[in-house]
Design a binder for this molecule. Structure first.
Ligand code: NAD
Length: 487
């Protein structure tokens, strides 16, 4: 076991040591250096945090909404001031390029900006006359303690989908960051405290299954926001719902991109490369499959291969890097396993990421398969790595049929200059987030992050007005004011 710094939990406004004896190494995936050790916290740890958050809720829910919003404004300023530091931390623990990390920080800040609109977002509605002398008013209230469980691939943006809005609306929050990227959250909570957040409102408990189960089973936790893989998300949704909590579970993906004969090829390829290989393909909105119309397929593949050959792979802190490492050695091995499986299943390798894998970190090069079919494992599974499948299709109808066969339905993109094709795509594709002539159609904070099918379990999505509904409950007051009888 290394001597790297041991992380602590943040509970009731202070850093506290976990009761655990179990710690896991946290790596810089670009160098394999151990940069910290994260506690695999116990049930006792999470129970204590929930108790603290429940107590803090008693007062935090009563703080006037504009006052809570003012703290969010302060927080936005502090996050903006520390943007570069936050981006560096993301690159160090996750491996994505500094450019991508800066983009992630910006997206996180946008969530804080949206949450600062709590006074308008939380407004109820009323009808002055629903019967003679009777009116009705709908008020929104926070729901209590909320638990958030986050994945490794967006250490800042994904937690920011959850806690700023939940807290702005008057809830208290416990975040369990990914045990593979736990460092950035320290800074997130420090800055929120500096912005004026009272103690106990935002707590962090590091760990794995025991902390997750502790959140899912505790009666004081009223709602759970989960983002991560499909099997875990399904489990979280079922267990949390069985325990009568609200659960929103955003899960895996296998995003299809359709390229039609009339697309601007150079621009299309620029976008597809960035989507498929940026962040090492570890994005729930990454392009995993391209279905390209036959008329343009040969030219598309030739150019895609050539441009992929120019991708710069390396430490994300260096200039011009597009492709960083995957998160861990086991993810690299898993990716190599998928490449071997694809070959065994009869797909043709256009670019083989194994050939240029770097040994100084968990690097695997960009991989492209062609002649992929829908019965292959490489088409079905979410690989979550820089591996792209290309399929030739007769037309748009066939491309949509292929995409709609996937069990996942997070995002889908189309590259074309024809408005009629775009409308047909919009009406027939089964996916919640669509892109037209762009590669990563991740909605901004004020729209819902709206995956379908196995990419989402729940009713109300993260972000947008959905998040306001998810983190609030309502009281409708029906009141009769008999007309005064004047002389
Ligand atoms: P993961 O499912 O392994 O982990 C997510 C969280 O669940 C972590 O905090 C982890 O500690 C916890 N966890 C893992 N196994 C558990 C178990 N058996 N019981 C209880 N808790 C458990 O996901 P990951 O590898 O960190 O992230 C990648 C996944 O997240 C991909 O599938 C990606 O598509 C998905 N993702 C989805 C979205 C979206 O919006 N749909 C966004 C980002 C990432």
């Amino acid at each position: 076991m290394s001597q790297a710094v041991k992380l602590k939990n943040y509970i009731n406004g202070e850093w506290v040591e976990s009761k655990t004896t179990k710690y896991e190494d946290v790596y810089n995936p670009a160098t394999k250096e151990v940069i910290a050790q994260v506690p695999i916290s116990t049930k006792e740890d999470i129970d204590y945090a929930i108790e603290v958050a429940a107590k803090a809720f008693e007062t935090w829910q009563k703080v006037a909404v504009p006052r809570r919003a003012r703290i969010l404004f302060n927080y936005q300023q502090l996050l903006t001031k520390h943007k570069e530091e936050l981006a560096n931390l993301i690159t160090m623990e996750n491996g994505k390029s500094l450019t991508e990390a800066r983009g992630e920080v910006q997206r996180g800040i946008e969530n804080v900006e949206f949450a600062a609109g709590a006074p308008s977002l939380m407004m109820g509605d009323s009808l002055a006359s629903i019967a003679t002398d009777v009116e009705a008013t709908n008020y929104r209230y926070p729901i209590g303690v909320v638990g958030g469980i986050a994945p490794f691939n967006f250490p800042m943006m994904v937690p920011c989908w959850m806690f700023p809005m939940a807290i702005a609306l008057g809830n208290t929050f416990i975040l369990k960051p990914s045990e593979r990227t736990p460092l950035l959250t320290e800074k997130l909570v420090e800055l929120f405290t500096e912005a004026g957040l009272p103690k106990g409102v935002f707590n962090i408990v590091h760990g794995a299954h025991d902390v997750v189960n502790g959140i899912l089973d505790h009666p004081e936790v009223r709602a759970v926001s989960f983002v991560g893989s499909k099997p875990v998300g399904e489990y979280v949704f079922k267990r949390g719902s069985e325990n009568l909590k609200r659960v929103q579970s955003l899960t895996g993906a296998k995003n299809h991109t359709i390229v039609l004969n009339d697309a601007d090829l150079d621009d299309t390829i620029t976008n597809i490369i960035s989507s498929a290989f940026g962040s090492a393909g570890e994005r729930c909105m990454a392009c995993s499959v391209v279905t390209v119309e036959e008329g343009i397929a040969d030219e598309f593949l030739a150019k895609l291969k050539e441009r992929t050959g120019n991708i710069k792979m390396g430490n994300g802190l260096d200039d011009g890097i597009l492709l960083g490492p995957v998160i861990r050695e086991e993810n690299k091995k898993r990716t190599i396993g998928y490449i071997e499986k694809g070959i065994e299943e009869g797909a043709k390798v256009v670019c083989d990421g194994r050939e240029c894998a770097l040994e100084e970190g968990f690097f695997i090069g960009p991989t492209i398969f062609e002649d992929v079919t829908t019965d292959m494992v490489i088409w079905k599974d979410e690989i979550f790595a820089p591996v792209l499948s290309v399929m030739r299709v007769k037309n748009l109808k066939e491309a949509i049929e292929v995409a709609n066969k996937s069990e996942f339905a997070n995002g889908a993109c189309i590259f074309t200059t024809n408005a009629i094709s775009i409308r047909y795509f919009r009406e027939h594709i089964h996916a919640g987030m669509l892109g037209v002539n762009l590669g990563v159609p991740a909605p901004m904070a004020f729209f819902p992050f709206s995956g379908w099918k196995s990419s989402f379990f729940g009713t109300l999505h993260a972000n947008g007005k959905d998040s306001v509904d998810f983190y609030t409950r309502k009281k409708v007051v029906t009141a009769r004011y008999p007309s005064p009888k004047f002389e």
